[in-house]
Write a protein that binds this ligand. Structure first.
Ligand SMILES: CC(C)(COP(=O)(O)OP(=O)(O)OC[C@H]1O[C@@H](n2cnc3c(N)ncnc32)[C@H](O)[C@@H]1OP(=O)(O)O)[C@@H](O)C(=O)NCCC(=O)NCCSC(=O)C[C@@H](O)CCCCCCCCCCCCC(=O)O
Length: 725
């Protein structure tokens, strides 16, 4: 848990808890024992603390926070013990020093870091604050603005930046441990008072009050209902306003508040869920543990529309040589210009700029209209618009041109992967890769395997997600896959609520107050209403193929709202046309304002269809939208389309703006309590018997009948036979 050794006069304490030396109670005990041993040994003149496997420490063991053991106060006193040592203590930071790991280093009198090390206090991202005196020591070391930024955002900073900020004393490119031992020997006998951060004053700012006031406004705005950033702020403010010991007391109080909060539980669940989905498996027995990915040395993207451009940008950023293909020169030139603009912008954000991206080099990024240039690529991502016939034609071509074994990916948000694969002679190499817009920004990559997709293809797509710094989630093939399939009933309820008397801004407000980045109507306006319209026309739900005499508000005996179709018929496609569910300052504008035209259109519509309007309260808006989405999630789990609730939650957090501090829709359902979710769905379903999305799923009922088991046990209630795959 921590090894104690000697290098002549220097005692070496090595934190030891693979893979990342998380600080468990056992590690802390061993650290404390090591410090006391070094203190008691007169031949020891200095101490060096480092971590096993070239990692300092990723902080407190997060799994421990859900145990009933008392851990508050377990680390802070040890950090104080380090600082008060009469022998100089040097931290040798390799790999990561995060959270409690960095707090240990802040207790040391000197910090030396490897040039590739990363440091940070990311507690805020798991719903906590640095609870081992880090909120009090960091501002004393690097000043209030930089400390507040690091603590309220949780960002990791590279060693080079840490050096500039004064967070470390030195960075080295070679052996950090040897350099730290050299430093420890050098500083033996030097006064330690000036190196004890708890004794240092906070560097004053010309207008501290104004700075704190403005900083709080910014923190609150970015937090969007998440508690931790504001409490982090309060702890840092205590450092600015109170003596060290009082600041520490305040930090402990605030840490306790967060530790016992539902938000911390949700964020920690989300942390582990994101890691759990990397260990993918399928109902047929393929899994991450037995499938190996193929190398992707060269890739291609077909289609340079909005999605294709983002995908190209992502691949270039991941340093993957690439061919970008369009159907003709006009589209190619338009696409090339847009891609170059995106890449220029991305390069500006990067430390080493365009040089690092190298996108002007045709050997790394080649634009073409010639399919034959795809003969030697390892992977193709087709990103043309959602049209089955077109996609099949392209895949047919690809299976002839591409080399044997090349992975053929389709970027589709709903189309059947098996049907696309049927156009090829290699269905085992065909896989869905559903990117989210903007594709170079959004973290989610939904990876959809078809009936014949090979485990190697899935492993390669997952490896690609990692290379693109995205979260890959493997799911089965069904209409809308996981994300959009759950979204359909949610959006449907939102529209039904308008029919019944609500307004877009009222519905959006409720869901944005819940924590969504955008409510359903603002989101539809951003995505473009024409996308869904085209899909509904293809499905025969509206447009010329709709049989004459079909009732306006019914399809196949189920309730249907033609409202979105009517808006599209008016040319109201959302932001791109300047009008949708809202009005905008111009076509392409971003500022949504409630539209009186739409309000009177809704009144007229209700009159035409003799719909009695009523006041709909916030609770009903929230429950009907969210519980119908969650209900679909239970159906997806029961069908074996996803292997666990974490998959659904990771998809919603990373692709649909679900507030992370609520843990994802399925985790949220577990916190509301499944009996309540079921009772509400039953109630709404009785009122709206023609809406299948409100009819409780059999799996939900089963879990309630089983006594509302914890989320980690849900999947054990599904029998193997219930999977359709
Ligand atoms: C560090 C990373 C950026 C690395 O990312 P990478 O992608 O390379 O690797 P993975 O993320 O896949 O990680 C590999 C593996 O390790 C697990 N893991 C990582 N960090 C932790 C951790 N801190 N605790 C537990 N497990 C961790 C990860 O889950 C993977 O395993 P899996 O099986 O799931 O695949 C990245 O990992 C990262 O960002 N890590 C989290 C960093 C972080 O948030 N640190 C802050 C932690 S909170 C903290 O430090 C609070 C402190 O301020 C003070 C608290 C005071 C109280 C102290 C009490 C301590 C004792 C509590 C424990 C009691 C339990 C007991 O002993 O009984």
């Amino acid at each position: 848990m921590a090894q104690y050794a000697r290098s002549s006069a220097v005692a070496v304490i090595r934190l030891c808890n693979p893979p990342l030396n998380a600080l468990s109670l056992a590690v802390l005990q061993a650290l404390e024992d090591g410090l006391k041993k070094a203190d008691a040994d007169p031949s020891v003149k200095a101490v060096m603390i480092c971590g096993e496997n070239r990692k300092f420490s990723a902080g407190a063991d997060i799994r421990g926070f859900s145990s009933p053991k008392r851990h508050e106060g377990a680390l802070g006193p040890i950090v104080s013990l380090i600082e008060s040592s009469e022998k100089p203590v040097v931290a040798a930071i390799e790999g990561v020093a995060l959270g409690g790991g960095l707090e240990v280093a802040l207790g040391c009198h000197y910090r030396i870091a490897h040039v590739k090390a990363q440091m940070g206090l990311p507690e805020v991202t798991i719903g906590l604050l640095p609870g081992a005196e880090g909120t009090q020591r960091l501002p004393r070391l690097i000043g209030l603005p930089a400390a507040l930024d690091m603590i309220t955002t949780g960002k990791h900073i590279p060693a080079t930046e840490a050096l500039k900020l004064g967070l470390v004393d030195e960075i080295v490119e070679e052996n950090t441990i040897e350099a730290a031992i050299r430093l420890a020997n050098k500083v033996i006998g030097q006064p330690l008072g000036p190196r004890r951060l708890s004794l240092k004053p906070i560097p004053r700012l010309p207008n501290m009050e104004a700075f704190l006031r403005e900083a709080l406004v910014k923190v609150k705005k970015q937090a969007r209902g998440c508690l931790a950033p504001e409490l982090c702020f309060q702890a840092v403010r205590a450092a600015a306003e109170r003596p060290f010991a009082e600041g520490v007391r305040r930090e402990r109080e605030l840490f306790q508040v967060l530790l016992t909060s539902g938000q911390a539980r949700a964020l920690q669940y989300a942390f582990f869920a994101e890691r759990a989905v990397r260990r993918w498996d399928t109902p047929s027995g393929a899994s991450w543990s037995s499938a190996a990915p193929q190398p992707v040395r060269k890739a291609a993207v077909i289609g340079l529309g909005t999605m294709g451009r983002g995908i190209v940008t992502s691949l270039v950023k991941a340093n993957i040589p690439l061919v970008a293909l369009e159907q003709d020169l006009e589209y190619l030139n338009k696409g090339r210009k847009a891609v170059m603009l995106l890449l220029e912008r991305e390069a500006m954000k990067m430390e080493r700029g365009a040089q690092a991206l190298d996108f002007h080099n045709p050997a790394r990024l080649q634009f073409t209209v010639d399919f034959d240039l795809l003969h030697d690529v390892d992977l193709v991502i087709e990103a043309v618009f959602e049209n089955m016939a077109l996609k099949k034609e392209i895949f047919h071509k690809l299976s002839k041109i591409c080399k044997p074994g090349a992975l053929l990916c389709t970027n589709t948000s709903a189309l059947n992967i098996d049907e696309i694969a049927s156009a090829t002679s290699c269905p085992q190499q065909v896989i869905g890769t559903h990117f989210f817009s903007p594709a170079h920004v959004m973290r989610l990559l939904e990876i959809i395997y078809g009936r014949h997709t090979s485990p190697t293809a899935i492993a390669t797509a997952m490896q690609l997600a990692k290379a693109l710094k995205k979260v890959g989630v493997v799911v089965g093939n069904c209409f809308g896959f996981v994300g959009n399939r759950m979204m359909f009933p949610y959006v449907q309820q939102a529209v039904f609520l308008l029919e019944e008397g609500s307004r877009p801004e009222a519905v959006d407000q409720v869901l944005e107050d819940f924590g969504f980045k955008l409510g359903p109507f603002r989101m539809s306006d951003l995505a473009g209403l024409d996308v869904g319209w085209r899909s509904r026309k293809d499905q025969g739900l509206t447009g010329p193929s709709l049989p004459a005499g079909t009732p306006a508000r019914q399809r196949q005996g189920q309730r249907y709202s033609p409202l979105p179709d009517l808006l599209c018929e008016q040319g109201r496609f959302g932001q791109k046309t300047g009008k949708g569910w809202y009005q905008y300052e111009r076509a392409g504008g971003r500022t949504a304002t409630p539209d009186p035209w739409l309000h009177s259109f809704l009144s007229h519509y209700r009159d035409t269809h003799h719909i009695k309007t009523r006041f709909i309260d916030q609770e009903e808006i929230l429950e009907r939208c969210l519980f119908s989405l969650i209900n679909e999630g239970f159906a997806i789990l029961a069908e074996g389309i996803a292997s666990g609730p974490e998959h659904l939650d990771v998809i919603y957090i990373n692709g649909y703006g679900w507030p992370k501090h609520r843990g994802g829709p399925m985790f949220y359902a577990s916190t509301v309590g499944l009996p309540r979710v079921l009772a509400k769905l039953q109630k709404y379903s009785e009122v709206h018997p023609d809406v299948p999305g409100l009819r409780p799923s059999a799996f939900l009922k089963k879990l309630v009948a089983a006594g509302n088991p914890p989320i980690k046990e849900w999947m054990s209630y599904l029998s193997q036979q219930s999977s359709k795959l």
